[in-house]
Ligand binder design. Structure first.
Ligand SMILES: NC(=O)c1ccc[n+]([C@@H]2O[C@H](COP(=O)([O-])OP(=O)(O)OC[C@H]3O[C@@H](n4cnc5c(N)ncnc54)[C@H](O)[C@@H]3O)[C@@H](O)[C@H]2O)c1
Length: 435
């Protein structure tokens, strides 16, 4: 129900896999829904209570809701007149070069805009089609030429064909993005019966989450297939390997290692990836995804290095030297590479690590610093205070305790955080959709 106490009227533009499933399911949730498509066959089919394509469970929903008068269909954009919310579900196919084809989107948005002259009530346009981040801002919103009746939100669809009705009714994720909180709230409220709290985010963020999700799914499949292929070549049961890997809910199937931050390093990940891909190559087995992990990590480190080199700083205080927090292990620490490049480019640098004090560490780490990286050992400060006194810019290269973060904050020095939010150093300038 909307704030006026009436049932929200919904229009769904595009009755393909996403649109028809969304229309039938929203009608099933009790909303009056009009599906609009240029394809007469699909519209006729829905009117007769028949699903226009095969999707398990869709036909009974279409039949039931058409019979109940909650689901209608039309080929005319004029059927949008009564709608409070219009879901855009048109296709966004790949162009030959891989870019996203926005012809259907531009056309439907133009058609919606054409209905606005005679419109008196507000309209929320919810983009459900998959569109590249920035499309709502650069293509959809401008089409409405600042009409105060229209607000635009992004509400990406995550359903899978074959289980689409179940995915709609039992969603894994609901995302509503927009800059108008009331419009976002109203679209999110449609999903209240589904018992999953929608994630409310910014417009571009919602668009990006859809791409991030699909990229993640693709990477997961390729990962499982590459590990499976190598396992099979080694006469190990691929299913048993992956099933057992999935038993680990703390590090493997969890949010661990899924936060944008600094490059990885240390004594295990680089070494073991190298061994895995080397052995696969010896078996004439190409594993492009696994082979790309170290180059990807190197690229990420280089972005951080470039960002630090670009800083208008004279004296850089780098905080963190070990490859991660709470260790004094320096093996393959990306900070060592960062420092070497800064020194090489003539920057004045000093470094502090809470767990690496030359007079306090011993054994292999002390020897490593004194023999392998003495040029970096010489940069070590005895205390954070000493570094903060000296520096005119702080670079955080390791997760720090709350006390150290507070101490850095009190210094008033400008900070570049390589670990917390990658926006600080990789977000240079927003790209345009350019389609
Ligand atoms: N298919 C999936 O599993 C899936 C899942 C999640 C997201 N998506 C995304 O959802 C979007 C739609 O995908 P789909 O598979 O449903 O596409 P589809 O090609 O099956 O359906 C698109 C429909 O839009 C209609 N259409 C085009 N222009 C129109 C206009 N101006 N007015 C009215 N109708 C118009 C077409 O006739 C067609 O019926 C795409 O962006 C896709 O990437 C798809």
């Amino acid at each position: 129900m909307n704030s006026e106490g009436e049932s929200t009227q919904i229009a769904v533009l595009g009755l393909g896999y996403v649109g028809c499933v969304s229309a039938a399911c929203l009608a099933q949730l009790g909303f009056p829904v009009t599906g609009i498509d240029r394809d007469e066959y699909k519209v006729e089919s829905v009117r007769r209570g028949v699903a226009p394509f095969f999707e398990p469970g869709l036909e009974p929903l279409v039949r039931e809701n058409v019979a109940a008068g909650r689901l209608r269909a039309s080929t005319s954009i004029a059927a949008l007149a009564d709608a409070d919310i219009a879901f855009i579900c048109v296709g966004t196919p790949s162009e030959k070069n891989g870019n996203l084809g926005l012809d259907q989107l531009r056309r439907v948005v133009g058609e919606i805009a054409g209905t606005l002259e005679s419109r008196t009530k507000p309209l929320i346009v919810a983009v459900r089609s998959t569109v590249f981040p920035g499309t709502c801002e650069e293509v959809v919103i401008p089409a409405f030429q600042g009409n105060p009746l229209v607000r635009v939100v992004s509400n990406p669809e995550f359903l899978r064909e074959g289980v689409a009705v179940r995915d709609f009714m039992e969603p894994s994720l609901i995302v509503v993005g927009g800059e108008d909180p009331e419009a976002v709230r109203r679209v999110a409220a449609l999903y209240a019966p589904l018992q999953l709290t929608p994630c409310l985010v910014g417009l571009r963020t919602a668009e990006m989450i859809k791409y991030a999700s699909n990229a993640f799914h693709a990477i997961k499949i390729c990962f499982a297939n590459e590990i499976g292929a190598l396992s099979a070549r080694l006469h190990i049961d691929p299913a048993e390997v992956m099933e057992t890997l999935c038993e680990d809910r703390k590090l493997n199937i969890s949010s661990a290692y899924l936060k944008p931050g600094f490059a990885f390093g240390g004594s295990c990940l680089p070494k073991d990836l190298r061994a895995l891909t080397y052995r696969a190559q010896r078996l004439d087995l190409r594993l492009p995804l696994l082979e790309s992990a170290l180059p990807s990590n190197q690229q990420h480190l280089q972005r951080a290095i470039d960002a630090v080199l670009d800083l208008p700083a004279k004296r850089l205080g780098v905080i963190g030297l070990a490859f991660k927090e709470n260790t004094d292990d320096l093996r393959e620490s990306p900070v060592v590479t960062l420092l070497e490049q800064l020194i090489g480019k003539g920057r004045q640098v000093r470094v502090f690590d809470p767990h690496i004090q030359l007079d306090a560490i011993y054994g292999s780490n002390r020897n490593f610093i004194l023999q392998q990286i003495p040029h970096i050992g010489r940069l070590l400060g005895a205390s954070l205070g000493e570094i903060l006194e000296w520096a005119d810019h702080v670079v955080i290269a390791q997760k720090l305790s709350a006390e150290l973060v507070e101490q850095i904050g009190r210094s008033g020095l400008p900070v570049t955080d390589l670990v917390g939010s990658s926006l600080a150093y990789v977000g240079a300038g927003a790209a345009t959709v350019a389609s």
